[in-house]
Write a new protein. Structure first.
Length: 96
Protein backbone atom coordinates (compact mmCIF):
# COMPACT_ATOMS: atom_id res chain seq x y z
CA UNK A 1 0.00 0.00 0.00
CA UNK A 2 1.34 3.43 -0.97
CA UNK A 3 1.39 6.18 1.65
CA UNK A 4 1.70 9.94 1.22
CA UNK A 5 5.38 9.74 2.23
CA UNK A 6 6.05 7.37 -0.69
CA UNK A 7 5.05 10.08 -3.18
CA UNK A 8 8.17 12.25 -2.84
CA UNK A 9 9.52 12.80 -6.39
CA UNK A 10 6.30 11.51 -8.00
CA UNK A 11 5.41 13.50 -11.12
CA UNK A 12 2.04 15.25 -11.19
CA UNK A 13 0.61 14.47 -14.60
CA UNK A 14 -2.99 15.64 -14.53
CA UNK A 15 -5.64 17.13 -12.23
CA UNK A 16 -9.35 16.55 -12.88
CA UNK A 17 -12.10 18.28 -10.88
CA UNK A 18 -15.67 17.02 -11.15
CA UNK A 19 -17.50 20.14 -10.00
CA UNK A 20 -20.93 18.51 -9.74
CA UNK A 21 -19.68 15.56 -7.67
CA UNK A 22 -17.10 17.58 -5.70
CA UNK A 23 -14.45 15.02 -6.57
CA UNK A 24 -10.84 15.90 -7.36
CA UNK A 25 -8.38 13.42 -8.91
CA UNK A 26 -4.60 13.74 -9.19
CA UNK A 27 -2.79 11.40 -11.62
CA UNK A 28 0.83 10.74 -10.66
CA UNK A 29 3.77 8.84 -12.16
CA UNK A 30 5.81 7.10 -9.47
CA UNK A 31 9.35 5.76 -9.82
CA UNK A 32 11.19 5.11 -13.07
CA UNK A 33 9.65 6.07 -16.45
CA UNK A 34 8.05 2.61 -16.79
CA UNK A 35 6.68 2.61 -13.22
CA UNK A 36 3.10 2.50 -12.04
CA UNK A 37 0.61 5.32 -12.08
CA UNK A 38 -1.06 6.38 -8.86
CA UNK A 39 -4.18 8.43 -8.22
CA UNK A 40 -5.06 10.55 -5.23
CA UNK A 41 -8.81 11.05 -5.11
CA UNK A 42 -10.39 13.65 -2.82
CA UNK A 43 -14.15 13.52 -2.18
CA UNK A 44 -16.52 16.21 -0.91
CA UNK A 45 -14.11 18.96 -1.97
CA UNK A 46 -15.12 22.38 -0.65
CA UNK A 47 -11.92 24.31 -1.39
CA UNK A 48 -9.12 23.86 -3.93
CA UNK A 49 -6.15 26.22 -4.23
CA UNK A 50 -3.78 25.46 -7.11
CA UNK A 51 -1.08 28.05 -7.80
CA UNK A 52 1.30 27.40 -10.70
CA UNK A 53 3.80 30.24 -10.31
CA UNK A 54 7.11 28.31 -10.06
CA UNK A 55 8.83 30.39 -7.32
CA UNK A 56 11.69 27.83 -7.14
CA UNK A 57 11.78 27.06 -10.87
CA UNK A 58 9.78 24.79 -13.16
CA UNK A 59 9.04 21.29 -11.89
CA UNK A 60 6.11 18.86 -12.02
CA UNK A 61 7.56 16.71 -9.21
CA UNK A 62 6.19 16.51 -5.69
CA UNK A 63 8.41 17.51 -2.80
CA UNK A 64 6.12 16.49 0.06
CA UNK A 65 2.48 15.66 0.79
CA UNK A 66 0.75 15.92 4.13
CA UNK A 67 -2.67 16.27 5.63
CA UNK A 68 -4.25 17.90 8.65
CA UNK A 69 -7.70 18.17 10.19
CA UNK A 70 -9.59 21.48 10.02
CA UNK A 71 -13.06 21.85 11.57
CA UNK A 72 -14.36 18.43 10.57
CA UNK A 73 -12.63 18.35 7.18
CA UNK A 74 -9.31 17.05 5.94
CA UNK A 75 -6.86 19.44 4.29
CA UNK A 76 -4.49 17.76 1.87
CA UNK A 77 -1.32 19.81 1.28
CA UNK A 78 0.89 19.08 -1.74
CA UNK A 79 4.19 20.96 -1.91
CA UNK A 80 5.64 20.85 -5.40
CA UNK A 81 9.37 21.02 -6.11
CA UNK A 82 8.52 24.21 -7.99
CA UNK A 83 7.71 25.83 -4.63
CA UNK A 84 3.96 25.95 -5.32
CA UNK A 85 1.68 24.56 -2.62
CA UNK A 86 -1.68 23.01 -3.52
CA UNK A 87 -4.35 22.83 -0.81
CA UNK A 88 -7.49 20.73 -0.97
CA UNK A 89 -10.15 20.84 1.74
CA UNK A 90 -12.21 17.66 1.50
CA UNK A 91 -14.28 15.12 3.41
CA UNK A 92 -11.77 12.34 2.74
CA UNK A 93 -9.10 11.23 0.28
CA UNK A 94 -7.70 7.91 -0.91
CA UNK A 95 -4.66 6.68 -2.81
CA UNK A 96 -5.17 4.11 -5.58
Amino acid sequence: MISLKDLHDAVLDKIEFDWKEGSLSFSLKVGSPAAARVQIIADQVSHFNCPREYPWGESASINAIGSKQDTGATVLIIEMQSGDTLEIKCGAFSIK
